[in-house]
Ligand binder design. Sequence first.
Ligand code: HEC
Length: 260
Amino acid sequence: MRRIFSARPGAAGSFTIERADRDAYLQPAPVLDYYQRQTFFAGRGHFSRRWEVFAANGEWGLGPAFIADRCSQCHLRAGRGAPPQFGDEQLLSMVLRVSIKGSDEFGGPKPHPHYGVQLQNRALQKHNIKYDYTDYPVPQEADLYLDWTETTVTFADGERVSLRAPQPRIENLAFGPLGEEAQTSLRIAPSVFGLGLLEAVSEETILAIAQRQKSLGYKRRPNYVRDDINQRTRLGRFGWKANQPSLRQQVAAAAIADLG
Ligand code: HEC
């Protein structure tokens, strides 16, 4: 095994995993006891297995519309996703969130009346030949591609670099146009290792960090979101905009919006 953190051995203390191969992010922390490891491996199984419409012994409940058929299709080996390589390739490990202007009763984004919170670019219809769901009545919501706009930037020392920015391209909307009010937000799947540790950080600690950031000129604005499980407002922690308060709710949201 190759050491990864040779400059800073054991950067995560007793949680450090001394591996640098492509499965490094999929490993349980070395400190886990036997029962915690069992729980970890059960969760990793659900995360990596392919979901089906129906499976006698497995992950079932996929669709009717969805984006991917397993968590690990977006969070590649528990690492981050990737944008499509070619212009004719659809988004695979990214999500295009959609909402309409204004906010819901808890201050969150307002779901689109026809498309919900995310555009689902796959469906059982035409998808699962094996189980013959090709005639399934619900179609995918849209086809999703990325275009890139490239700009050249010059640094102070004269070095020129080319930067590219992604622009989502939405085609074949199944339930009518998105409309004037619609706004979209493109998000790549982040890595998911170590998040239990982040969940264990106290709210006071996070708020203290936000306070400290004020002096550095950051916006330091904690995001308070709806905790649907406990029916109250709570500090958001997960997602690119800290829009989910707990891992449990984040995972439930993924089960609904990503896997359908
Ligand atoms: C279609 C791609 C896709 C699938 C499938 C998917 N995710 Fe995600 N996941 C994302 C994206 C994109 C985000 C960031 C969401 C945001 O910022 O709104 C995310 C965020 C997360 C986060 C929070 C990460 C962080 O650092 O805040 C967790 C945890 C997570 N997903 C777990 C899961 C689990 C478990 C599953 C399977 C049940 C799953 N995801 C399926 C794309 C996906």
